[in-house]
Design a protein. Structure first.
Lengths: 698, 303
């Protein structure tokens, strides 16, 4: 990792001075960003982190003087190469946007015009700002696409946005943003929507391209892992104010603000072992209306003292040039305050011996996706084989984690277990009894054993039913039918307590709850049926890290309390490893590796698992981990590769056998199975050395 | 580029109840929401005014609708005959007042039936999908491909012009449209977590459709019903104008316009008042529908 140039005689590319940004809400101007000073020097990538609602996107966009209609810069300056751009109108900014500063947004597809080809859209920028002729601009667009390492830039230049994968679209956005060689780039959560393998490739690109372009960048993210990998300096934002700002190595090694400490401690890390709990930050971020004249973090701070609730702490500069806004930073720096995560241990109580809970044999599911007219005209499309002949088994009181990139079939597999999707073939056995693949044919007692927690908490609860109604309905429907109303009400209270919500929430409606609270109710609803197995489909992926920690702890506690098992789906291996006893890695509808968590994390691994694990951005800038970058995209499940499905991207491909023959299942150790042509001992030998260049022989 | 709004993971402080409960619990609050948008409020007042006029026609109208020689024939508006008289000496004001009954009742009943069928079929096709959806949707698509007026004329010519005939025509014309709107609203709701959770606890299809899906579809349905009502009024008036509406002597605004149009230079009042009544009523219903849409869209954003 390179260190940021600390030469302060150099002029900052972009600098915010006492910047205040306000939103007009209900005829009142509310402050979203308050008194921010931030300077970014050439060749620097500056990370901006914070929970949702912290004002980080508002700050980033206001540094481009680009704001929502109801927002304004209340006071302060934004200096671009020394010139104040804050007073400029959007008319005047148009000469600067796209030329001197550009934006790589979170959702690339929404930012690309679907009715123009890629080269037309890139050329539009260069024609506008660099006065290029059309032919010149087209040729330059291809050149730019090649610079973001697109394998076939000519073909991509002629395609339309929807023809490209998410990772490819994001590369196009980067090419477009860099095409005018801007001085300043805002990267607004540019990899949040991407798979971890694609994210690794894109992050590497950013580093290289920004350095080559002599630019400065502001990287906005909620993900402390990617920030550690990419950035030189980090600013932590909370409640619209800077809490702390430091170089990335200093900040991760010794955070000085309790909020930063809390954020870092709430990240799940696989080496924690499965019996610890994540530390959490209590409470939720304040809304614009609630921001106070005192320390904005005081209400959630574990070490707040009287002065924190009486005065606003100043932004102080430490002797080594860091800035921090906390009255007690010196105590934190001297390790006089205990901010370490609690070493609480969850005791898993199980009176009964573990037995076989669920067995899936040869489950397959293909999606036809052709409508009546197509079928009548004989134009039916190739079926999409989402899950292909998958078998696995689970014991009681265990957690199986399913990981894989999008399109790996993990969600389809989980949904066919609970029968929201009817599998085409295969058997499912629950406690050694075969159960129907069809939801309508499952009796009530089977339904109550298998429940689900959904990905998006915002649509998991019916907005027209109160929390109490939702829980009562499940209890009445699926558990003992001769419960009295009082018993049902008591059970509702018990469930709410189990998910740490006050009893009066029973009378509330989902619109009155925050995202994390809704997800807790959704979890309570799943447990209302007294299930043996809860399928959780990305239960935390739409939540902030601090909220994610709360939910993960809760899932862990409930497993012990209710004696249930989980089938946990996530694209985030760290989340899986925090909860799971066993991990199954899926690729293109197949399980390529399954085994106990530690065995899957350690060598030997399937080459795909190896790449997945190496792609996880560690929240530790000094880790210096060797990353394996996977070339290309996941092939279409309509047209599966012959032989080993992973051979098109495999960095450890051994030859023609991978292209022609389906790999065997190899036993690596007890219960640890790898689907690969390479024998286990050779895998061990190979994986102790750095990998060869990826994507050869594609 | 997208614009950003301040996002928060904060519990909303304002307490809100589902819109229909609130609407039932306090109609006043609902009216206040409408009243906050002056145009919608005017629309609502106009619609209420016409409904009151229809209910109290015997009190408001000074004469029966078919009473002839209420004054001199074809006389201009006067104290005795507010809107003048027609060529038979019938009081135009009384006929407009009495006519409001048919122009509200016929499209009202027809719209209600169309909404009932449209909601049922829309939720069914949207929820089940598969071949039921394909067959019904394609059949309705072909029905919608025929121009409404042509279809109406052919059907009324076949079954004969009558109030029942008009109701049948409107139901046939509008059921497919409402079905489509409800179907797409249902498709949006069907794959949401709370519907899947209901399926996982073994709820019957009837429960899922009426308790889980219907509340989510209701805003779209109410707005669509109000819009369809205004179109139905217009269609009824048009059919009356073409002589395919309710037969004489009952007063029909459309037919009154049609009968008066030959003499409109000499007796413009015969035509202007019923025509204005049609226009004002349709505009009123439309303004109200627009207000409903805005209120429900606002509610929708809250979720």
């Amino acid at each position: 990792m390179t260190t940021a140039p600390k030469d302060n005689t150099q002029q900052a590319v972009i600098q915010a001075k006492d910047l205040r940004v306000e939103y007009r809400i209900n005829r009142e101007w509310l402050t979203a960003v308050n008194g921010v000073n931030l300077a970014i020097y050439p060749l620097e990538i500056h990370g901006l982190v914070g929970e949702s609602g912290s004002g980080k996107s508002t700050l980033a966009l206001s540094m481009m003087n680009y704001m929502a209609d109801n927002a304004r810069i209340g006071s302060g300056q934004v200096l671009l190469d020394g010139q104040d751009i804050a007073p400029l109108s959007s008319q005047q900014m148009r000469a600067i946007w796209g030329k001197k500063m550009s934006l790589v947004p979170q959702d690339a597809l929404a930012s690309l015009n679907p009715s123009y080809t890629i080269r037309e859209q890139i050329a539009e920028v260069t024609q506008q700002h660099m006065g290029m002729a059309k032919d010149e601009a087209y040729a330059y667009a291809v050149e730019m696409l090649a610079r973001v390492k697109i394998a076939d830039p000519e073909a991509v230049a002629r395609s339309y946005p929807h023809e490209l994968s998410g990772g490819m679209q994001q590369r196009v956005m980067i090419a477009m943003a860099l095409s005018t060689e801007p001085r300043f780039l805002v990267l607004d959560e540019p990899t949040t929507a991407l798979d971890v393998t694609t994210q690794a490739v894109i992050l590497d690109l950013f580093r290289e391209l920004i350095l080559n372009n002599q630019a400065a960048a502001l990287y906005v993210s909620h993900d402390l892992g990617t920030v550690a990998q990419l950035c030189d300096r980090v600013t932590v934002l909370y409640g619209g104010e800077i809490m702390e700002s430091a170089s990335v190595t200093e900040l991760y090694a010794q955070p000085l603000h309790p909020y930063t400490v809390g954020l870092l401690n709430s990240l799940p890390r696989h080496h924690d072992g499965t019996n610890t709990r994540l530390s959490t930050i209590k409470g939720v971020a304040p809304s614009l209306q609630q921001r106070s004249k005192v320390c904005v973090f005081a209400d959630r701070c574990p070490v707040a003292i009287d002065i924190c609730r009486a005065e606003k702490p100043p932004l102080e500069t430490t002797p080594d040039g860091r800035t921090v806004r906390c009255f007690r930073w010196q105590e934190i720096a001297n390790n006089e305050l205990d901010l370490s995560p609690p070493e609480e241990r969850v005791t898993e109580t199980s009176d009964e011996a573990d037995r076989e809970l669920l067995q899936a044999n040869s489950l397959s599911k293909a999606f036809g996706n052709s409508d009546l007219l197509d079928r009548l005209l004989g134009r039916a499309k190739e079926p999409l084989q989402a899950v292909d002949d998958v078998s696995f088994s689970m014991k009681t009181h265990s957690t199986l984690g399913l990981v894989g990139e999008s399109g790996s079939g993990k969600t389809t597999l989980a949904r066919s277990i609970v029968a929201l999707i009817k599998a085409d073939s295969g058997q499912i056995e629950l406690y050694d009894e075969p159960i129907a693949l069809d939801l309508e044919k499952r009796p009530q007692d089977v339904l109550s054993e298998l429940q689900m927690v959904f990905q998006n908490p915002n649509d998991a609860l019916n907005p027209y039913h109160s929390i109490g109604q939702t829980l009562k309905r499940t209890i009445n429907k699926l558990t003992s039918k001769n419960m009295t109303d009082e018993q049902v009400a008591a059970r509702v209270e018990d469930l709410l307590q189990a998910v740490r919500l006050p009893a009066d929430y029973a009378g509330r409606y989902p619109s009155e709850l925050s995202g994390g609270e809704k997800q807790r109710v959704a979890i309570a609803r799943a447990f209302a049926a007294n299930p043996s197995l809860v399928v959780a489909d990305e239960p935390t992926s739409s939540l902030d890290v601090s909220v994610q920690a709360v939910i993960l702890n809760l899932l862990k506690d409930l497993r012990a309390r209710e004696g249930a098992s989980y089938l946990l789906i996530s694209h985030d291996l760290d989340v899986i490893a925090y909860l799971a006893d066993e991990i199954a890695v899926m690729y293109l509808g197949e399980i390529v590796e399954i085994g106990p968590t530690e065995a899957v994390y350690n060598l030997p691994s399937h080459p795909y698992t190896e790449a997945l694990i190496s792609a996880i951005p560690e929240p530790d800038p000094t880790s210096g981990k060797q990353r394996i970058l996977l070339e290309g995209d996941v092939p279409s499940a309509r047209d599966l590769p012959q032989g080993c499905r992973f051979h098109t991207r495999c960095p450890r491909k051994i030859g023609a056998i991978c292209e022609n023959e389906a790999p065997p299942l190899r036993d690596a150790s007890d219960g640890h199975v790898i689907r690969c042509h390479i024998p286990i001992d050779e895998l061990v030998a190979l994986q102790s050395q750095p990998p060869v260049a990826a994507g050869e022989g594609k | 580029m997208t614009q950003t709004q301040p996002q928060t993971d904060v519990t909303p402080k304002r307490v809100s109840r589902p819109f229909y409960k609130r609407a039932l619990a306090s109609a006043g609050d609902f009216l206040r929401q409408l009243a906050r948008r002056p145009l919608s409020f005017i629309g609502l007042m106009l619609v209420i005014g016409f409904i009151l006029m229809a209910i109290f026609a015997p009190i408001i109208a000074p004469f029966a609708f078919d009473q002839i020689s209420t004054g001199p024939r074809s006389s201009p508006p006067s104290i005795d005959n507010l809107f003048g008289t027609d060529r038979l000496g019938r009081d135009v004001f009384s006929r407009v007042v009495w006519g409001s009954r048919e122009i509200i009742v016929i499209p009202g009943i027809a719209t209600a039936i169309a909404v009932f069928f449209g909601a049922g079929l829309g939720m069914m096709t949207g929820f089940y999908g598969g071949w039921i959806d394909e067959v019904i949707s394609r059949a309705f698509d072909s029905l919608l491909a025929i121009p409404a007026m042509v279809l109406a004329l052919v059907m009324l010519a076949t079954i004969g012009p009558s109030a029942v005939g008009i109701v049948i025509v409107i139901v046939l014309l509008y059921t497919p449209i409402i079905t489509r709107v409800v179907r797409s609203a249902t498709l949006n709701v069907r794959s949401l977590g709370y519907v899947e959770a209901a399926r996982l606890r073994g709820e019957s299809t009837f429960y899922i459709v009426t308790r889980e899906i219907l509340p989510g579809v209701l805003p779209a349905l109410v707005v669509e019903a109000a819009l369809r009502f205004s179109y139905a009024i217009f269609l009824t008036a048009s059919l009356g104008f073409l002589g395919l509406g309710v037969q004489p002597p009952s007063p029909d605004w459309g037919r009154m316009v049609s009968e008066a149009r030959n003499n409109y230079t000499r007796t413009p009042w015969e035509m202007v008042y019923p025509a204005a009544a049609i226009a004002v009523l349709v505009v009123g219903v439309n303004l109200m529908a627009d207000g409903l849409r805005r209120i429900f869209r606002y509610e929708g954003q809250e979720r």
